[in-house]
Design a protein around this ligand. Structure first.
Ligand SMILES: Cc1cc2nc3c(=O)[nH]c(=O)nc-3n(C[C@H](O)[C@H](O)[C@H](O)COP(=O)(O)OP(=O)(O)OC[C@H]3O[C@@H](n4cnc5c(N)ncnc54)[C@H](O)[C@@H]3O)c2cc1C
Length: 490
């Protein structure tokens, strides 16, 4: 794929991502007619017809030993609870963790359609980003001092994961090595300089690498500059999700897996219908992110977007030496359709990104997508030609929730103000879902902290435009990007 130049309007990667999303939703009004007759355009022959794929070749699932783990029995018959949580990803599990602490004695039941960690939480890149999604935009509008306070509050996310590791013996290959962002073009290098200023204003130390220092740090002919920060970690996300399951169970939460929720009947007492039963509760938590529109929540406000990932075979020590990267940072470039790369504990490279398809009718990602996997493979060898010929052992994908303003929302809604939710993490939910779970528990229990003051609390999610049109526009926008960038980039 041709290199893509970052839009000069946008100074930092996060804002670039926002421009991509905004582009996807541009011109929605008035083009409704164009959304007609698009059904076939959105068809992906690789996409399975149902919510769950029959087979996902996910390295994280494999390394977490998922195939040998017990999956809990589904909910059958009629039940009652004080709190029902839908979704066994990081949001659902973190909500369960904090609710069981702040509201002891409440009967909490978590319903997961497949198994805990089956969604984005068990499939992602495992980047545990510092800060929170939307922070840069918030700092730009509210000022650096407010941004710094939000950043400090957000350190809760990574701290919470560390606490579960130390207190509960959770094992998730957590490595707090920091993050590095790389520039491919001069314009992107200038963007990194701007970003460094913002980091400094937020109180985050950063180091710029160029020339020989860059070659030693990351030996890639593709990069011309890179900016590293000591904050942030990488981990095995499936191990984190699967490890959180017994922790919340030990705190008394009833976890029901293989329990697909078919319908929610909201009310003062909610009734949640599942495939084999139903359950009522006065409080409901939605931990669904990109799956939320599928259950009828946040439709046309949260858009399911897919990201695909590959894992190489383990590199030899000589291969690792040839590419530098001894600091084992989480590495990403800052193109609009950026790549994210990270090492694994057994010496592989996991790389995701390159393209972020949306499917018509808000459909979920397929377990795999051959053209994107090919793009990722090419991209890996463009970044590290030294590794040409390296085998790709695994390839998979997942669905994340995207919003037009790139800002998540965590809050409470409904006629009786008893539906709690966290959605639209915009591809940065590993650390943030821990924060969201705590916010949900604090909102429900009436506690107040710096977290309930965060700008994401009850943040209104802007309208995205109708489903079919969004799909068409996002495809058109990506084609436009590839076309213009192909011209401009050397
Ligand atoms: C490929 C990929 C790479 C990513 N990389 C990163 C990264 O490196 N760093 C980062 O911070 N973020 C990353 N993200 C985003 C991050 O993974 C998500 O923001 C986060 O995991 C969302 O957690 P969640 O619990 O809210 O949702 P999910 O993990 O998606 O969980 C939702 C759960 O709900 C279940 N469910 C859905 N519908 C139903 C139903 N009807 N009934 C019952 N259960 C249902 C699903 O099975 C699923 O388990 C990535 C996402 C993807 C897809």
């Amino acid at each position: 794929m041709s290199e893509q130049k970052e839009s000069p309007r946008h100074k930092v990667r996060r804002v670039s991502r926002r421009s991509f999303i905004a582009g996807a939703g541009l011109g929605a009004a008035g083009m409704w007619a164009a959304s007609r007759g698009l059904e076939r355009l959105g068809d992906d022959p690789a996409r399975p017809p149902e919510l769950y794929e029959y087979f996902v070749d996910n390295f994280w699932f494999k390394s977490a030993g998922l195939e040998n783990q017990a999956i809990n029995a589904p909910l059958k018959g009629h039940h009652q609870a004080d709190i029902v949580i839908i979704g066994g990803g990081f949001t659902g599990l973190a909500s369960a963790y904090h609710l069981s602490e702040l509201m002891p004695g409440k009967k909490i039941v978590l319903l997961e359609g497949a198994c805990c960690g089956y969604g984005a939480s068990g499939r992602n890149g495992g980047f545990c980003d510092p800060g929170l999604p939307g922070l840069m935009e918030y700092a730009a509008s509210a000022g650096l001092e407010a941004g710094r306070r939000a950043f400090e509050a957000s350190t809760f996310g990574i701290a919470q994961i560390k606490q579960m590791i130390s207190e509960h013996g959770l094992s998730c290959d957590f490595e707090e090595n920091g993050m590095i962002e790389a520039a491919i073009t001069e314009e992107q290098a200038a963007s990194l300089e701007e970003e460094q200023k913002v980091y400094s204003g937020l109180g985050i130390k950063s180091t710029m690498f160029t020339g020989n220092a860059l070659k030693e740090a990351i030996n890639s002919p593709r990069y011309i500059a890179a900016l590293a920060i000591p904050n942030g970690a990488i981990l095995n996300p499936a191990k984190l999700a699967r490890g959180m399951k017994p922790i919340v169970e030990n705190r008394g939460v009833e976890v029901r897996e293989r329990t697909v929720v078919l319908r929610v009947h909201p009310g003062k007492i909610h009734r949640i219908e599942t495939e084999m039963g139903d359950i009522t509760a006065p409080a409901l938590v939605l931990g669904l992110d990109g799956y939320a529109p599928g259950l009828g929540f946040f439709r046309n406000h949260v858009m399911p977007m897919s990201s695909y990932v590959i894992a190489t075979e383990p590199l030899s020590p000589a291969q690792w030496q040839s590419i530098g990267w001894s600091k084992r940072w989480g590495l990403s470039d800052i193109r609009l359709l950026f790549d994210y790369l990270r090492p694994t504990v057994d010496g592989r490279i996991v790389i995701g990104g390159s393209d972020y398809p949306c499917y018509a009718h808000d459909a979920l990602s397929s377990g795999n997508n051959k053209p994107v996997i090919e793009l990722l493979t090419q991209s890996l060898f463009t970044t590290f030609p030294q590794l040409e010929g390296l085998r790709i052992d695994h390839a998979w994908g997942g669905t994340m929730g995207i919003s037009r303003d790139y800002t998540p929302s965590v809050g409470v809604m409904g006629e009786y103000k008893n539906i709690y939710y966290g959605v639209a993490y915009n591809g940065e939910g590993v650390a943030f879902a821990q924060i969201a779970g705590r916010i949900i528990a604090e909102l429900m229990s009436g506690e107040h902290s710096a977290l309930t003051e965060l700008f994401v609390v009850n943040h209104p999610i802007p309208y995205m435009g109708p489903e079919n049109l969004r799909f068409l526009l996002s495809e058109a926008y990506k084609t436009f990007l590839k076309w213009t960038n192909g011209k401009k980039v050397k």
